[in-house]
Design a protein around this ligand. Structure first.
Ligand code: SF4
Length: 353
């Protein structure tokens, strides 16, 4: 069962409580390059992302937030490393959340000033601890970079904010080591009721990142821990969103978009099934449907699988049979399979409306 956390709002996206688990990603263009950032955020939205984050490294970046916000729908988190003046400027310019560790500010009056500003504008703060950012003192106290030192570091940051009566918080304790990350979030979840942002940090290139994130984020979600997620990938940011959505879908935590069940092919396959599946994936990206489609490479398993799914395709010898709830509804040529499926999905969507 999902752990009940406090609900906070990042723009109009609720995080925590009973709200849907959201998917996040981060822009890679320089934030002051407004056109490029807007383009990236709008592409993220189209891919199904719920919250975008951008790094703020200069006053130009912070000021760009105002213009970016006019041209995007997604809430924007300003990611700031040390400079509290940049944090203040990001809030002034309309960011929807700060990712900032108050322990980095260096001075309680500065923290107070920032917290007052966040309260005034209803801006939550994400405390983001990762294995590279734990203080030397805490590392020594807990015998190294481990789950305990990650949690202690996060709690130290939480205390700074709670002492100023600020509780509009979400927390991440990311590690590039999957076991450490899982342990840290489990321990943290027992100690706080703030919403948790899950992620394996620096997870690597696509293939490794998918495996690490599926295990790390997936195990925690299965435990009922986690309110928002980011799959970190060295590569295309849209893949991060696809991966995040796929993890949620695999656990039935998100139902929007197409869930594709497809066979691995074997010597019985007589059509170009990988091409058909790829085309379905690409052409249905952004389509407002929430169905499960089974795509099989022979007539044997198609009808059976389609009983479990909403739709099924079995393709063989240049032909494709389209099933709905186990019954054949169309028979088309191999090259017409994908478009026919999309037509059927759209028809059923129109009938729903
Ligand atoms: S569904 Fe048919 S083609 Fe696909 S792997 Fe199974 S037996 Fe082979």
């Amino acid at each position: 069962m999902r752990k009940k956390t406090r609900k906070i709002y990042v723009g109009d996206v609720a995080v925590g409580g009973d709200s849907p688990i959201s998917v996040q990603s981060m822009t890679t263009a320089k934030t002051s390059d407004v056109d490029s950032v807007v383009e990236q955020i709008n592409a993220l939205e189209k891919a199904g992302c719920d919250i975008a984050r951008s790094a703020i490294n200069s006053i130009e970046d912070a000021e760009a937030i105002r213009e970016i916000k006019k041209r995007v729908n997604l809430p924007l988190v300003a990611d700031i490393q040390f400079d509290y003046k940049l944090a203040l400027a990001a809030v002034e310019n309309g960011c929807d959340c700060l990712r900032y560790n108050p322990g980095n500010i260096g001075g309680s009056d500065k923290v107070k000033l920032l917290v007052e500003k966040c309260k005034e504008k209803n801006i939550p703060i994400r405390i983001g601890v990762n294995s590279g950012s734990i203080s030397r003192e805490i590392v020594d106290k807990f015998g190294g970079v481990n789950a305990d030192s990650l949690v202690a570091s996060a709690l130290e940051e939480v205390k700074i904010l709670e002492d100023l009566d600020f509780r509009d918080i979400k927390i991440s304790v990311k590690s590039s080591d999957v076991n450490t990350m899982i342990d840290a979030y489990r321990k943290l979840s027992e100690k706080v009721d703030y919403p948790l942002h899950l992620g394996v940090t620096e997870a690597g290139p696509l293939y490794q990142a998918l495996v690490k994130s599926s295990i790390g984020i997936g195990s925690l979600l299965k435990d009922g821990i986690g309110d928002t997620i980011r799959v970190s990938i060295t590569g295309d940011i849209l893949e991060e969103v696809k991966a995040g959505k796929a993890i949620l879908k695999a656990l039935n935590l998100r139902t929007d978009g197409l869930d594709i069940v497809s066979c691995p092919t074997c010597s019985r396959t007589t059509v170009d099934l990988p091409k058909i599946v790829k085309e379905v994936e690409e052409k249905t990206n952004g389509l407002d449907v929430s169905s499960k489609v089974a795509i099989m490479g022979c007539p044997v398993n198609g009808p059976g699988e389609s009983k479990e799914a909403d739709y099924g395709i079995s393709a063989a010898n240049g032909m494709g049979f389209l099933f709905k709830n186990g019954k054949t509804i169309k028979k088309v040529k191999e090259e017409e399979i994908v478009d026919t499926l999309i037509e059927v999905l759209q028809e059923s969507k129109n009938n729903e409306n």
